[in-house]
Every structure is written in C-alpha cells, then in structure tokens.
Design a protein around this ligand. Structure first.
Ligand SMILES: [Zn+2]
Length: 149
C-alpha cells in the first residue's frame, strides 16, 4: 500500500476518520486490509500506521509492538496519566522531519481487536506514545502540530 505524505496529500491527511462499522470487521476484504496495513508498517520500519495514511478514512491503526503488528479498531483512550513525557517523534507521512512532542505517559485504551472482540488495556512507554500519535492521525492531527519549540 502507498503511504500518503505531506505536502502532496496534506488535505487528505487532515480529514477526520469515521468509526469502522463492526459488521465489516469479519469480512475478507477488511481482514486483508488489517494484514496489509500491518505489513506496510513493518516494511517501512514504522512504529505505527493509521488507516488514513493509506487513504482509508476509517478508525483503524496498526502499532508495532516488539516487531509485531497489532491492530486496534475504533480505539478510544478512556484514561490518561496526568504525568507526561517528552520524546522525539517522526512520521511516515512527514518524511525527514523529527521533533519533540509531549504525550501522556500512561493510557487506558478501549478498542476492538481484529476479531471484533472488545478489549481494554493499559499501555505505557513507547506503545503509549505511538498509540497517541496514531489516534491523532484519525482526527487529522499530525505530530508537527504538537512540536515543542
Ligand atoms: Zn504519523
């Protein structure tokens, strides 16, 4: 799959994505999409990839956790730590740019997995950061909007 980049696809990357209809999760097309999204992320050495980055305006993200692609559907952060930390980020849609972004240290995420099962999990460290970055994509927000000067 092609990864959309700025500036060419800025308008598309700035759109808000819609929740995925849960009836579609089990379809062969959607299962293939989840697999391709994960593969595309890993092939690009990305830590995460959101569906709108491959031109699908649906709330689906892939996150690289220890070299494996994990799919989160309709992800919702239900809790976040008051404590934040700052680290450098980059983005497959913003090639060549890096910068420091402040994120919540810990989050609780409610989502559907690729089997349509509802999950509720806590994340911290890098996974927490990547998930926050990817959910921003679902709302048309890029990390360059949040850079600390
Ligand atoms: Zn990104």
């Amino acid at each position: 799959m092609q990864i959309l980049t700025v500036p060419k696809y800025e308008k598309k990357l700035r759109q808000k994505s819609n929740n995925l209809n849960i009836d579609l999760i089990a379809t062969a097309d959607m299962q293939k999409f989840f697999e391709e999204l994960g593969k595309t992320m890993l092939a690009a050495n990305g830590l995460g990839l959101a569906a709108p980055q491959v031109a699908q305006q649906i709330r689906v993200i892939a996150v690289n956790i220890n070299g494996q692609a994990h799919i989160f559907i309709n992800p919702n952060i239900t809790k976040k730590s008051l404590l934040k930390n700052t680290a450098e980020e980059g983005c497959l849609s913003v090639p060549g740019r890096y910068g420091k972004v402040k994120r919540h240290k810990k989050i609780t995420l409610v989502y559907l997995d690729e089997n349509g099962q509802k999950q509720r999990k806590k994340f911290m460290g890098l996974a927490s950061r990547v998930i926050q970055h990817e959910i921003n994509h679902l709302d048309g927000i890029l990390f360059i909007d949040k850079l600390i000067k």
